[in-house]
Design a protein. Structure first.
Length: 241
């Protein structure tokens, strides 16, 4: 009898662990998807940003050429083209928009992008495996998944709020810290006098995209939160009936 109780307790703990892994895997996948939606779903946002920060005057380019460079650059970051070399008219001359430092740094950024996509795939696989285990072990799916997600959501929301407040207070400090964490060199520091890319992508543009990504991320988490509350509503309704 005692061994049976211990066995059931151990299984229950594993079920809750599986629930937590499932919940955080879903949130990780949602975060990476939020990046993708923000950066790839509507290229019109780039045009608005270029107009907002008057980058065309800084580069002496037409909007058509700037958007051509943008499409090619974003295709490169997803791994859809091999090299980052885009010949266009900038400062009145037909030339490659990107220099060697641009190519090196954007190569590292592409590694992050593709790594993020791989993490999302891994997170989805982990979530499915955890769900299969919960079903196979006859866990209380509604209770385990709902509570695990809500707990994971609370932790994730607190972390997002911390980063968001820090970004609002001093975005430059957060921006620099991010680069120090993910890059082991200073080749992400560009000179506007010689580098076209930094003129096209001013810091304000990155700030706007962080806000956009955060909004999409929180919106998707909110939708999932609503779905997580539905089972509890139905249970209460059945009890009242």
């Amino acid at each position: 009898m005692e061994k049976t109780v211990e066995k059931n307790t151990a299984i229950l703990k594993i079920q809750w662990l599986a629930g937590a892994i499932l919940a955080f895997s879903v949130i990780a996948a949602v975060l990476i998807t939020s990046f993708e939606i923000a950066m790839y779903s509507d290229f019109g946002i780039y045009q608005k940003e270029y107009e907002k920060y008057d980058v065309l005057s800084e580069l002496d380019m037409t909007m058509e050429d700037a958007m051509y460079v943008t499409h090619e650059m974003m295709a490169y970051l997803r791994g859809d083209r091999e090299t980052l070399s885009v010949v266009t008219t900038v400062e009145g001359k037909e030339q490659d928009f990107f220099n060697e430092q641009d190519r090196f740094h954007m190569g590292e950024v592409r590694d992050l992008f593709i790594g993020g996509m791989n993490i999302r795939t891994g997170a989805c696989i982990a979530a499915v495996l955890c769900l299969v285990f919960l079903l196979a072990s006859r866990a209380d799916i509604k209770r385990v998944i709902t509570r695990s997600y809500q707990a994971a959501l609370g932790i994730s929301a607190a972390a997002a709020a911390f980063i968001g407040i820090a970004a609002v207070i001093d975005f430059n400090a957060v921006f620099v810290k991010f680069h120090h964490i993910f890059f082991d060199n200073d080749l992400w520091i560009f000179d506007p006098a010689t580098d076209y890319m930094i003129r096209m992508l001013p810091e304000g543009l990155f700030y706007d995209f962080v806000i956009r990504i955060g909004g999409i991320f929180l919106g998707l988490l909110g939708i999932l939160l609503v779905f997580s509350l539905i089972p509890g509503r139905f249970s209460k309704k059945k009890k009242n009936d």
